[in-house]
Write a protein that binds this ligand. Structure first.
Ligand code: P6P
Length: 344
């Protein structure tokens, strides 16, 4: 089994304190930061569940930095996270998919030594039809931990291997928080009757190989040849029964990654002729999910480079991504390489 179900009634706060105890130099500031963040997630989870009753579904007239029409719940979730996190004194700067520029800490408030980047409500295209959506996040230390002033763009544009913690909340049949701070991947399920996230799966391990591939096949006509060769290979029955693979694609990264984490296989958003860098954003979508995948024993690349070693050049930079079971990601890389070698 790739994960161990537990019933130790460990809250995420208790888990964070116990993890903190593994770092004697820890001051408790990180634990307090995460406590604030889980409060923001509880509020977003509540409002996502009540959205139909609160009449905050539907679209605004706004268009975000990527030219995508913004759903009202997007804005609400973004505001909740910003307002919950800016006062704790733990952050020097934030960045969000919904904000074109850095989110600075109000000058009357204290700046801390951490950086928070997030996609407040991933999967917004699915909000109105009650399909799972989620919040994706990463936490970094600022470059100069002795600096007490506002954070800078350089503090945000750090390579993914410098993440202190990352994860996602998925607002599905239950609300689950999937989290890593570099010591494996743990899953917490929200119990609304007590208002706590309780540890439900410990140290998730993704299978070495799966039988599911996850990609928007509607873009197939625009894919590079290596990608088309790879998917054709997956669909050709094999004598060992490993193929054909099944296609599963929700269209919410959080949901597709969550399934891949548990069942194995591969999630892909490849480059194509209209989007040479794919669609997903490196800083607050691809990097946190890559950290989770690697911590669960998986692999995450842009087709040839390890995602966590890519140096971000801009806040909303996109990056192609292939992540999931090691054998599946290595296999797609071999098809991409072979096609490139042929095309020269
Ligand atoms: P497409 C949702 O809008 C999102 O950002 C991710 O959650 C998801 O993986 C991707 O876009 C889906 O994009 O082009 O397949 O609709």
């Amino acid at each position: 089994m790739p994960f161990l179900k537990t019933s130790n009634l460990v809250s995420i706060e208790r888990h964070i304190v116990e993890e903190g105890a593994m770092h004697p130099e820890a001051t408790g500031e990180f634990s307090r930061l995460l406590r604030d963040f889980t409060l923001a997630l509880r509020i977003v989870a509540r409002d996502v569940r009540r959205a139909g009753l609160n009449d905050i579904l539907g679209q605004t007239d706004a268009v975000n930095t990527h030219g995508e029409r913004v759903k009202r719940l997007d804005i609400h979730a973004n505001d909740v996270i910003i307002r919950t996190m800016e006062r704790g004194g733990h952050l020097c700067v934030m960045a969000s998919e919904e904000n074109a520029d850095l989110i600075t800490i109000p000058q009357q408030l204290t700046c801390g030594k951490y950086v928070l980047v997030f996609d407040p409500l991933d999967g917004s295209s699915n909000i109105d039809v009650n399909v799972s959506i989620g919040t994706i996040f990463s936490i970094y230390r600022r470059l100069d931990e002795h600096d007490t002033g506002p954070g800078t763009l350089a503090d945000v544009l750090q390579p993914g291997f410098r993440q202190v913690a990352a994860g996602y909340a998925m607002y599905g049949s239950s609300t689950q928080l999937v989290y890593t701070s570099g010591n494996g991947v743990d899953v917490f399920t929200f119990d609304p009757t007590i208002g706590e996230f309780l540890l439900t799966f410990e140290k998730i391990r993704i299978p070495q190989r799966g039988k599911i591939y996850s990609v928007n096949s509607g873009n197939a006509y625009k894919w590079p040849q290596g990608m088309r060769d790879y998917v054709s290979h997956l669909l050709r029955p094999s004598d060992d029964g490993l193929r054909p693979y099944s296609l599963r694609y929700v269209g919410t990264m959080v949901a597709d990654i969550h399934r891949t984490l548990h069942y194995g296989g591969i999630f892909m958003y490849p480059p194509d002729s209209s989007a040479p860098s794919g669609k997903l954003r490196l800083v607050y979508e691809v990097n946190p999910m890559a950290f989770i995948m690697e911590q669960a024993g998986g692999r995450a690349t842009d087709g040839h480079r390890r995602v966590l070693e890519v140096i971000p050049e801009s806040l909303h930079q996109r990056l192609p991504c292939f992540m999931g079971s090691v054998d599946d990601v290595l296999e797609v890389e071999s098809f991409l390489r072979a096609a490139n070698e042929i095309s020269g």
